[in-house]
Write a protein that binds this ligand. Structure first.
Ligand SMILES: Cc1cc2nc3c(=O)[nH]c(=O)nc-3n(C[C@H](O)[C@H](O)[C@H](O)COP(=O)(O)OP(=O)(O)OC[C@H]3O[C@@H](n4cnc5c(N)ncnc54)[C@H](O)[C@@H]3O)c2cc1C
Length: 444
């Protein structure tokens, strides 16, 4: 019996229809490439993007991090124009809340504020009196280092008081999955095709007579072959597995690993921000972060304090998808120390998602040793906000490399038109030595 194999040919195949994959697809399609995006899930943005807190903040530890976030914020604020569509319903919205970052040992505030000055991100430095005046619901006590709530010392009195800095332009995107769908729709308007329920099981390559080769396309679980001279791995927490299919893993100095994460939602205390626009608070003193939600709640996440055991996964599909009592209580009680009028509910409510964490918590946007095979991976719990520029970064790298430039030795730079900065994309190289400037946490 003969088996019919369906074969289709494209200029580029993107593996993964999360917010980053859809952004890459949109940028490539806008450049005139015939793009096919494949995803094993049933819809765009239903992987780790759907669990995202979607916070838009600017306090990264590197110039590229701050500049990318600041440029992206300008795009989020002008989303309809970026997508080439009219304003109206059905678009994700940027909700500006302002964001407070509390000072903590190990956080180099001067370095971050220096980067803000260089990039042009507005901020105010708050002493304790200003903190109390501007955010009266917050307890300003210093508790560092963060402790497990099972440790009696967690309940100790504070050892001093806090200061911090405020970025008035911080906020969040109200629906991260919708943002991915918006990018998908924009890519489709430029001719891109999306195939859902289509797991990639093979990355194909050609073998040249001289022993070299290049990517030739991918194979799907149903036997379909998609031929393309360019394949981009944007598989989120599955990035390592897909790199394994392509046989490129050994060419990476910076590796990626899946890490389980929980985010919890509770009712906001009375007076926490107007109309669901309660500000973002990044609290590395206690090891938590929280922000308001449009429905009058607060979502609470963690910042990987040393006292917590991180839940690294061998298999990104094999994890508890429901929030656990232990993580819920740890994150909520930390938040409640900072916001004493917050009620910690008896039943955990929230979501568990998976970060795709690189060795230095900075993503890898790069070519690989297999010509034609590219990656946008290692987003480390902090790249949702940068999705608008990441598509452009990959399109620039792909265009240059396919034109014969060696991005490893002659790095591509990208101009950011809305803010006037230029980012050297070697910052995101797979060949970098681990970046010691990083916070080595979700802060990037
Ligand atoms: C709990 C949580 C909170 C976060 N909070 C923030 C935040 O506040 N701010 C911020 O900036 N960032 C945040 N992030 C990070 C941000 O959400 C991610 O960086 C971003 O969503 C990653 O998008 P992606 O497209 O790379 O991955 P994903 O959305 O995971 O998409 C990858 C896609 O690849 C598909 N795929 C995988 N393997 C295959 C295969 N073999 N074949 C076909 N398809 C495949 C998957 O089905 C999936 O749809 C958070 C992340 C999590 C998990």
């Amino acid at each position: 019996m003969s088996v019919t194999v369906t074969q289709e040919t494209y200029d580029s195949v993107v593996i993964g229809a999360g917010v980053l994959g859809c952004s890459v697809a949109y940028a490539l399609a806008r450049d005139g490439r015939r793009v096919c995006v494949v995803d094993r899930n049933a819809s765009a943005g239903s992987g780790s993007t759907s669990a995202s807190s979607a916070i838009v903040r600017y306090n990264y530890s590197t110039f590229a991090g701050v500049a990318s976030a600041w440029e992206s914020a300008h795009i989020w604020r002008d989303w309809a124009h970026h997508l080439g569509t009219g304003e109206g319903t059905g678009l994700a919205r940027f909700i500006k809340t302002g964001g407070l970052s509390l000072d903590a040992p190990g956080q180099d505030r001067q370095k971050v504020l220096g980067l803000f000055d260089r990039v042009g991100v507005p901020y105010e430095v708050w002493d304790e009196a200003r903190l109390r005046e501007r955010m009266p619901l917050l307890d300003t006590g210093r508790h560092h280092p963060p402790k497990a709530i099972t440790d009696d010392a967690f309940w100790d009195d504070p050892t001093g008081s806090l200061t911090g800095y405020w970025t008035p332009d911080s906020g969040f995107i109200d629906d991260p999955q919708l943002a991915a769908r918006n990018l998908m729709d924009a890519a489709v308007r430029h001719g891109a095709r999306f195939r859902f329920r289509s797991p990639v099981v093979r990355v194909d390559r050609t073998h040249g007579a001289d022993g070299t080769g290049r990517v030739a396309g991918i194979g799907l679980a149903d036997g379909t072959v998609l031929s393309a001279p360019v394949v981009v791995n944007v598989a989120g927490p599955h990035s390592g597995a897909v790199n394994g299919l392509a046989g490129v893993t050994d060419g990476f100095r910076v590796r990626t690993r899946p890490l389980r994460q929980e985010v919890h939602e509770v009712r906001a205390p009375e007076g926490y921000g107007p109309d669901g626009a309660g500000p973002l608070v990044a609290d590395l003193d206690l090891g938590t972060y929280f922000r308001g939600t449009p429905s009058g709640g607060i979502i609470v996440g963690g910042t990987e304090p040393e006292c917590d055991v991180l839940q690294w996964l061998d298999d990104p599909d094999d994890y508890g998808v429901h929030p656990s009592r232990a993580v819920h209580d740890a994150q909520l009680y930390r938040a409640a120390r900072r916001l004493p009028t917050l009620t910690v509910p008896g039943t955990p409510r929230g979501t568990a998602g998976v970060y795709d964490v690189s060795d230095d918590w900075i993503p890898v946007y790069d070519r690989t040793d297999l010509p034609g095979y590219y990656v946008a991976i290692g987003s480390s719990g902090n790249q949702f906000k940068n999705a608008p520029v990441v598509g452009r970064y990959l399109a620039a790298i792909i265009s240059a490399c396919e034109d014969g430039r060696d991005h490893d030795t002659d790095p591509v730079e990208v101009d950011l038109p809305r803010t006037g900065h230029r980012v050297d994309l070697s910052h995101y190289s797979r060949l970098r030595t681990v970046n010691r400037d990083s916070s080595f946490s979700v802060m990037g």
